[in-house]
Design a binder for this molecule. Structure first.
Ligand code: PMP
Length: 793
């Protein structure tokens, strides 16, 4: 146990400063940091970047340091999102430099990034912190699974729980007889019951010492893990040892030992399924780790009485927690851990396979491939396995938070309490269908149609969109709208934008070339070239452009006529989202609309994406184009995640349709869906979200436009409110699409914890379309991440 006697190096600040200047070309402010055996400093350099300067103890084998440095590089490759340090090489490109102390000893000095956050002993211990720590630790274990280094083998470490039995001769140093009995019981059990079984367990390199000095937490939330530091105890050992050590080090209250252990194990198991043989040993490994602090402390105080007694706090609390754990007993603890891991409490046969209960990403993916289809699209590789949502934040099973800049369904924020409570309250009371009188469906229809038929000042606009029919999705709403248009006009032709998307049913798929492989177009449908002032064929004033693009409607109406068809409807998404979130010139839609009307067709505004204030300032997307549609369809955001689709039209159109066909949708307009819809409207009003979409959207767009000056790859930034498109190009002159860079940017942003989407026919547009509770502070987080990711592109 050479480190019991080895003292940390004692370089002066001046000497360290000198080495940093000479070997790293770095200067700045140095602050000493605590270390048990090394000498560490925080360096804030002249560019305000923070680094940890590490000067290793001479007793340290250089292979241990190279092992750590290799691990940092490996983790950066396989799980770049893990918050672990990154190495800063010397000015000569070396990993570290050897420096001489005045006493003639030579030490290795190296520099790694300083991770943000504070150690978890300084934050309130929120309930799910051990779960999150467990998840991050499991992720770290998975990342290290493919890495090996001789520096982590054959190490004898002070804090290795497996080594605890060698302290048996030291037990007499503990002052209290009760504690001595405890220690003997724990260490002998480890020696007799655990040690013989260890060799059969999964072994790999593990961190070995994620404790309250090494795990960092975001002080504002007390639960996001922002860093795992100090890989100096990395060791080739049984995988399960990592989680038992973490749980032991987290315990600080005898009353909650089982809760902490179960939570940490549950978090770990949700990422990496623990095996039954591993679970059996957790109780003893945890107890041993708890005993180490008191034993090491007593021993150290005797052999080096002048060393700081920093372990005294641990001694007390670890002894108390170890006593508490023994009181519960191995059997009860193991039973509880087996249950947490989805195994039967006592038997050896699992109740359900562990993977059924808490699958890892890899297992879940292969099950999904079998249960759904491997060709069913997924975002990201590896895909995200999300655990919970809250406002604009999503958290994955490893406890990593992502800023949601993409999802429009949770319009008023993920799991908004007003909406979730409205749904829960209604489903507890009643849920039936629209063939019975129900106040929710009537009130929701009235409030929706009020928003469609009144201007922003509240004055009636003269619109008569006052009749609603209820379905369950955007596709169904568009499908029904198409049936209404056909039956009311008697026509059979349709018009949509090139690369539009309007749904999955046979009728709406015909209007969705973006979803058709090979751009298949149905014989009764004609598409219009998108009015894209950046990439489109025409140049000129806005007025010219509006007329030139709209003229294509004449061509396509004529084409339908040649096929013996007249238009029943023109479908359009007022945000032109699938076309890359276009800034469409004023007058364009009005002009197309007039042409379609003159040919006998109706205009269907598909507000599935653009409605409910998405585009800021005005409630509906079509209002931004100063036109009134014949039919409006809504879906996605209406229920904030609860299925809800509506078709709204003029009463005479709805009457005519209902006379021709008896319309009823079993779930459409049920009490619960309408309660969700009403709650969404409440939140939009109460939190002034339409105004927020305008102001935050403008701020975000401005920030992205500034980035355009710095990053050449951005060809255009456009959009209205919180529907923004960032078009990436290889060359500003030719506008050649930067398709590869767009895909890479999406992944780099994911690594930064930012979720965005990819859009457009050329797949070169980054779509930023967050829940509309997105605020300026979120926009700033996203902008900084865009800047960093674009720099790394
Ligand atoms: N219309 C538009 C404009 C859409 O974006 C979508 C969904 N992406 C739909 C219709 C179809 O909605 P759903 O997936 O709810 O059927």
């Amino acid at each position: 146990m050479k480190f019991l006697r080895a003292k940390p190096p004692t370089f002066t600040l001046e000497q360290v400063r000198d080495h940093l200047g000479r070997h790293f070309n770095l200067a700045g402010e140095l602050t000493p940091l605590y270390s048990e055996r090394d000498q560490n400093f925080r360096l804030t350099d002249t560019h305000h970047r923070d680094w940890t300067v590490k000067i290793a103890n001479t007793a340290e084998d250089p292979a241990v340091i190279t092992c750590q440095i290799g691990a940092f590089a490996h983790i950066a490759k396989v799980d770049p999102g893990l918050p672990v340090p990154r190495l800063h090489p010397t000015a000569d490109g070396e990993d570290m430099v050897e420096i001489a102390h005045d006493d003639g000893q030579r030490h290795q000095l190296y520099l790694v990034s300083f991770l943000p956050g504070i150690t978890f002993d300084k934050v309130a211990r929120v309930a799910d912190l051990p779960v999150r720590l467990g998840r991050v630790l499991a992720r770290l274990g998975r990342a290290l699974a493919g890495y090996d280094h001789r520096g982590a083998h054959d190490r004898q470490l002070l804090w290795d729980a497996r080594e605890a039995p060698q302290y048996l001769p030291e037990v007499h140093r503990l002052p209290s007889a009760k504690d001595r009995d405890l220690a003997i019981g724990v260490l002998e059990r480890l020696r007799d019951r655990v040690t013989p079984n260890l060799a059969g367990l999964r072994h790999q390199l593990i961190h070995g010492d994620v404790n309250e000095h090494n795990a960092l937490v975001d002080p504002s939330t007390s639960c996001e893990i922002t860093g795992i530091n100090d890989f100096g105890d990395m060791i080739h050992a049984p995988l399960v040892q990592d989680i038992s050590s973490l749980a032991a080090d987290y315990m600080n209250d005898p009353a909650s030992v089982l809760e902490v252990l179960s939570s940490a194990v549950a978090g770990y198991h949700s990422i990496t399924a623990l095996q039954p043989a591993e679970i059996e040993l957790i109780f003893d490994l945890t107890s041993s780790r708890l005993m180490l602090a008191p034993l090491i402390n007593c021993y150290r105080q005797e052999i080096t009485p002048d060393s700081p007694n920093y372990l005294s706090d641990f001694t007390e609390k670890h002894l108390a927690c170890c006593h508490a754990l023994q009181m519960i007993g191995c059997e009860a603890v193991t039973r509880s851990l087996r249950q947490v891991c989805g195994l039967s409490a006592t038997g050896t046969a699992p109740v359900r396979s562990a993977a059924d209960v808490a699958p890892t990403v890899a297992t879940l993916l292969s099950r999904r491939n079998r249960a759904l289809s491997p060709s069913m699209p997924l975002f990201y590789d590896p895909p995200l396995h999300l655990f919970k949502g809250d406002g604009v934040w999503l958290t994955d099973f490893a406890g990593r938070r992502y800023l949601d800049c993409y999802n429009n369904v949770p319009h008023v924020g993920h799991c908004h309490p007003h909406v979730t409570e409205a749904i829960a309250a209604q489903i507890r009371r009643l849920n039936t269908n629209t063939r019975y009188l129900g106040e929710q469906v009537v009130e929701y229809s009235e409030r929706l149609t009020r928003s469609l038929n009144h201007g922003p000042s509240g004055k009636p606009s003269g619109n008569q969109l006052s009749a609603c029919a209820f379905v369950n999705s955007g596709s169904e709403a568009n499908d029904l709208a198409w049936r209404i248009a056909r039956s009311c006009t008697g026509n059979a032709g349709g018009i949509a934008m090139e690369f539009a998307y309007h749904g999955i049913t046979e009728a709406t798929d015909a209007f969705s070339p973006s979803a058709a492989s090979g751009g298949r177009i149905s014989p009764h449908v004609r598409t219009l070239i998108p009015p894209d002032p950046y990439r489109g064929a025409y140049r000129g004033t806005e007025q010219d452009l509006a007329q030139k693009f709209a003229a294509h409607a004449d061509v396509q109406i004529a084409s339908l006529a040649r096929a013996g068809l007249k238009p029943a409807a023109f479908f359009v998404d007022p945000a032109f989202m699938t076309n890359g979130v276009l800034d469409v010139m004023p007058g364009y839609l009005k002009s197309v609309f007039d042409k379609v009307r003159a040919a006998g067709g109706l205009w269907i505004a598909d507000e599935v994406q653009s409605g409910f204030g998405r585009m800021g300032s005005l409630f509906w997307g079509h209002s931004h184009h100063d036109v009134t549609p014949d039919i409006v369809t809504i879906g996605k955001p209406a229920g904030n995640g609860h299925p809800l689709g509506v078709v709204i039209t003029r009463p005479e159109i709805m009457d005519e349709f209902c006379r021709q066909s008896s319309f009823f949708s079993t779930f459409g307009g049920n009490n619960v869906s309408c309660a969700a819809g009403l709650a969404v409207l409440d939140v939009i009003e109460q939190e002034r979200l339409v105004e927020n979409a305008a102001s935050t959207g403008a701020h975000l767009k401005q920030g992205l436009t500034i980035l355009m000056k710095k990053h050449d790859v951005i060809g255009a930034v456009r959009g209205t409110g919180l529907a923004i498109g960032v078009e990436l190009v290889i060359d500003h002159q030719t506008r050649a699409p930067a398709r590869y860079q767009t895909g890479r940017l999406l992944n780099l942003l994911r690594d930064e914890g930012i979720l965005v989407g990819n859009e457009g026919q050329l797949a070169n547009i980054v779509k930023v379309r967050p829940p509309i509770v997105f605020e300026k502070e979120h926009a700033d987080i996203a902008l900084n991440a865009f800047d960093r990711a674009l720099t790394r592109l």
